[in-house]
Ligand binder design. Sequence first.
Ligand code: GAF
Length: 396
Amino acid sequence: PAADGPAAAPATTDVADRATAAFRSGYDEQPAGRWAAPGRVNLIGEHTDYNDGFVLPFALPLRTVVAASPRPDEHWTVRSEIADQPVDFGAAEVDTPGRVTGWGGYVAGVVWALREAGYAVPGARLAIASDVPLGSGLSSSAALEAAVLTALVDLAGLDLPTGRRPRLAQRAENAYVGAPTGIMDQSAVIRCRAGHALFLDCRDESVEHIPFDLDAAGLAILVIDSRAPHRHADGEYASRRAACERAAALLGVPALRDVPAADLDDALGRLPDDETRRRVRHVVTENQRVLDTVALLRAGRVPEIGPLLTASHASMRDDFEITVPEVDTAVEAALAAGALGARMTGGGFGGCVLALVETDHSEAVAAAVTTAYAERGFPTPTTLTVLPAPGTTRLP
Ligand code: GAF
């Protein structure tokens, strides 16, 4: 690619080799196995998951790999290529949510969630390597949770169907780490399939794998890292969630998913203030945009989803108020350079933007974003071209 053109995703084997190398140098033995979990982007459906609504993510060809072996006692040691020292904990730390902090908390949280659900979890030695950038809104935490969860399930020979795993990984994040996130990220990293987007109903967790063949349509998805670091666990995410729950209570429905788009005006008329009305309008219209996107994809009308992506961004910017100047700049520059649609993806306040482009325009769109960033004095963004990848797997 040109200097400011999009890059291709790194090969899974490299990150798997790094996990094996970290395991061998840390523990002086071969791991019993290796498990890989991807990051994700969400094509559309933002802040709808905790409103019992619809989302449409797909898995990225960027992976977190955990190399692991069981040990006979209730003790867990975790090494990571990003840390000099291992994190080490026993049952006492696991059984007290929040006790293990930092990245080790996601691992301890998974052990906690499995034990709390009544599963006998073996002690383990683990080593982690990852190509999923941290804090970029691509679900590095869900990838870590899913890789560790799958490793422990396999090492223990537990009978835990794939469809039940996302809730356990989410519990690790909600109740052990303390981040009030929804079910999308864990579902995406565990349940996605190559070449497909995952249409998930977050109320009953039913899924449909929607073919998303970008190559056949002559299209590409660019994932542009806005370089504005994002934080889930912070107050803004929690306050949006709380506002949605308050609004649902005011409207007398279990969740905002129960407000059909056709009833939006009536619902807005029953809300007390403009901010609450805008929050509700985002969620209700975003759910409808997911349904409309799915209908277009089912009909093979892929290029036509572009305006829905762009409308989603406007709704996040104006109604849900979760964008920042870097992501707005990336979206505007991508659209001005000919992208069919563009939007921020993930929880917000930074993170990544995805742009749907005709393949021939990829480099021009990436270059336009870089130029717009330079004009505003923002750090140079990085851009990756991605195709929908598989969910969590055991590696050979
Ligand atoms: C974050 C959360 F983890 C998800 O559950 C979801 O709410 C998303 O933000 C917004 O759509 O990624």
